[in-house]
Ligand binder design. Structure first.
Ligand code: ADP
Ligand code: MG
Length: 348
């Protein structure tokens, strides 16, 4: 045993998989989460329920752990910052603050001379009326979005009237990219110019939710190396510690764009559990706990299918898997439409 106790904020499936990876290398985990039924409590050593701004509860949590990390990005910056005064929070809170905000995130990426989609900030309804140029586009809330939540496709200006959009919130309007493909690059950074990078993963979304991932991605060598360069440039610039994912678009003319950055382990990297010697989860735990970096080795090509809503049922009931198939049940209490319930990785 290392004697380290890692605190994880957030109790979804990413928290579960981080806990399992930590256990494997002798690190204890305590989850802090606002949902009493959070699935990660089935996998971690300890579990605490509380709001993300409950100072007293959070203080109790901080006392119990040595290092703190998080499995989702929408945590109040103040909370992370206060925790960081007492115990190390990694990746550091300022990274999270930047990436929580879609406009700040895209401004940061463009400053590195890395291409994003065309975007503009929208503060009131009339802002859109002069922005024909950005249409067809997608209007997204600047904060708190995930799995396509808070997003509105807009083909023409008149669409806005029928969409019932809450303009008390801030938005970003993004030009729609004519997608050929989506890929992601997962990188774990341990320190200055010290990182491990996974091969690009090809992703297919349905209704803005990830449905399918595979590695290797079917892309040119040029796109593959550019996407890895951009991901490592972003991780260096953020002085990031831990696992980070960069989501990319490739358009029909083979242009590469950064879609967004996830300052955490990522759904497209679930296949790294079976396809690599060290998964994205173990690497994250290693990096934030200052453990040794182990050279990354791919063991197999792989594909992953997300089981969304009741797609999980047949697998729960009559589980017949071949030797190369691995089923993960997130053990969520309730099956809900559009909720990620589990996944299957197949080594190919
Ligand atoms: P989330 O934070 O919900 O993951 P994303 O910005 O990644 O939001 O959008 C989810 C998915 O919606 C993307 O993976 C992509 O399939 C589609 N999408 C989002 N923005 C664009 C865009 N500008 N052009 C084309 N497709 C887009
Ligand atoms: Mg996304």
């Amino acid at each position: 045993m290392s004697g380290i106790c890692l605190g994880i904020i957030g109790g979804g499936q990413l928290g579960s998989m981080l806990s399992e990876a930590a256990k494997k290398i002798g690190i204890k985990t305590i989850i802090y989460c606002d949902d009493i039924d959070a699935p990660a409590k089935n996998f971690s050593d300890g579990f605490m329920v509380g709001e993300y701004d409950d100072k007293k509860k959070i203080n109790e949590f901080v006392q119990k752990v040595d290092i703190i990390t998080y499995e989702f990005e929408n945590i109040p910056y103040e909370t992370l910052n206060e925790m960081n005064k007492l115990k190390p929070v990694l990746p550091k809170p300022s990274v999270n603050r930047l990436i929580q905000h879609r406009v700040a995130e895209k401004d940061f990426i463009n400053k590195l001379n890395i291409r994003t989609t065309r975007y503009t900030s929208i503060e009131k309804k009339s802002d859109i009326e002069t922005l024909e140029d950005f249409l067809p586009g997608i209007l997204k809330t600047t904060t708190m979005g995930y799995d396509g939540k808070g997003q509105y496709p807009i083909k023409k200006i008149d669409d806005i009237d029928s969409l019932n959009i809450d303009f008390s919130r801030e938005y970003v309007l993004e030009k729609l990219v004519k997608l050929k493909k989506e890929i992601s690059v997962i990188i774990t950074r341990f320190g200055t110019h010290n990182y491990e990078i996974y091969e690009p993963i090809e992703n297919l979304h349905q209704d803005q939710i990830l449905k399918f991932s595979k590695t290797p991605a079917e892309i040119t060598k040029k796109i593959s190396s550019l996407s890895k360069d951009w991901a490592s440039q972003i991780a260096e610039e953020l002085r990031y510690i831990g696992t980070l994912c960069v989501e990319f678009f490739i358009d029909r003319n083979e242009n590469l764009y950064v879609n967004e950055i996830a300052p955490r382990v990522h759904n497209s990297g679930h296949l790294t559990i079976n396809a690599y010697n060290i998964s994205q989860f173990e690497n994250h735990v290693r990096a934030v706990c200052s453990l040794k970096k182990i050279p990354l080795k791919k063991l197999s090509n792989a594909k992953m299918i997300n089981l969304i809503g009741n797609q999980i049922e047949p697998y729960r009931q009559n589980l017949k898997l071949s030797k190369n198939e691995f089923f993960f049940d997130y053990k969520k209490k309730e099956v809900k439409e559009k909720r990620k319930m589990g996944h299957i990785t197949t080594l190919i």
